[in-house]
Design a binder for this molecule. Structure first.
Ligand code: SAM
Length: 326
């Protein structure tokens, strides 16, 4: 079992498989994109598999692939298939913007993916375009339908709620749970990233969102389940789906944090908001042993901060969210 200095059990690794993305969400990336990690510096799938195998022996049992956009990296389905064969990995998931999900949902399911989170910030075609700078709402929606159709479960939609951008759509998103067996999760806009600058006035807090949901009907509290991480779970009476609320800014959930992140170029980050990174790529490429990788993991764990340092101050991470793996 992996324990950090604050006795938190660490069993979850989020891997950014690429820093490339096929959208340009305003709050995440500038329109021209960001300076990209060179191909040579990105870990190969073989390198990633080696890391996961070593970490899995130490206690990592949950792996999520993210990015950038994980589905733009060639060979990701085969990579998932290899990951799904690692005995200790009990939970394998993916976070995607959904643009390529329609064609990937079936192969991903076959490869052993259990569940998927889809980031979607608007249900309106024009607004989607305005936020992401790409015209793709229909494709994402078809991807969501396909994910449900092929039996990925649960299918979660993550909506970052930003005042003045999409705060008029809270109720429309919640209503989806009456028609589809989806988990709709509302996420506070975090003061991080490299997009258009964060302002406190853009923050729509989880308590504010919850009040709006309560005005729609009876909001039933559900018990935490093993897959929900920091989300608080609810269901609107009469619905077939679920609602999750993630207060990344207003309510810190650091005391329950069970995660580590691995960047596409092979650095361990112990917290989204800590810029301290531990390099694994050098160990891999200089002929280091599995024991060396394990030792680096233990050193990284020792550096995991007690809590994140953000509140409502804009925190400019050295890296963009898309390179860390949001
Ligand atoms: N491309 C994939 C996707 O769209 O899900 C994975 C990477 S993306 C960086 C992961 C998530 O980070 C998305 O849901 C995005 O909305 C979220 N994100 C990016 N910047 C954020 C911010 N400042 N506050 C909250 N969420 C943010």
């Amino acid at each position: 079992m992996l324990l950090d200095p604050f006795k938190r059990k660490i069993n979850y690794l989020r891997i950014s498989v690429t820093d490339r993305c096929n959208l340009r969400c305003r709050y995440c990336m500038p329109e021209e994109g960001i300076s990209l990690i060179s191909h040579a510096d990105i870990l190969t799938y073989e390198e990633l598999l080696r890391i996961v195998r070593v970490f899995a022996k130490e206690g990592i049992s949950k792996v999520r692939l993210t990015g950038g956009e994980p589905l733009v990296r060639k060979g990701v389905v085969e990579f998932i298939s290899s990951l799904s064969q690692i005995e200790q990995i009990k939970d394998l998931s993916l976070t995607t913007n959904g643009i390529l999900l329609k064609e990937f949902a079936q192969p991903l399911k076959k490869a052993g993916l259990k569940r998927v989170n889809i980031s979607l910030d608007s249900l309106k075609r024009e607004k989607f375009h305005q936020i992401t700078r790409k015209d793709g709402f229909e494709r994402v929606w078809e991807g969501i339908e396909e994910a449900l159709q092929v039996g990925l479960s649960p299918v979660k939609i993550n909506m970052v709620a930003i005042r003045g951008m999409n705060d008029d759509e809270i109720e429309s998103f919640a209503k989806l749970t009456f028609h589809f067996p989806l988990t709709v999760r509302f996420i506070e806009y975090m003061p991080a990233g490299n997009g258009e600058e964060w302002k406190e006035s853009h923050l729509l807090t989880i308590p504010q969102i919850k009040t709006r949901l309560e005005n729609m009907g009876k909001l039933i509290t559900l018990l935490p389940d093993q897959w929900d991480g920091p989300a608080k779970r609810f269901r609107l009476e009469g619905s077939i789906g679920e609602i999750g609320l993630i207060g990344a800014v207003s309510s810190h959930f650091c005391s329950d944090c069970n995660r580590l992140r691995l960047t596409a170029d092979g650095k361990i980050r112990t917290c989204l908001f800590s810029d301290e990174e531990m390099d694994l790529r050098e160990i891999l490429r200089k002929g280091g042993s599995d024991l060396d990788l394990k030792e680096q993991l233990i050193i990284a764990l020792g550096k995991k901060p007690a809590r994140q340092q953000i509140d409502t101050q804009f925190k400019k991470c050295q890296r963009n969210m898309s390179a860390i793996g949001g």
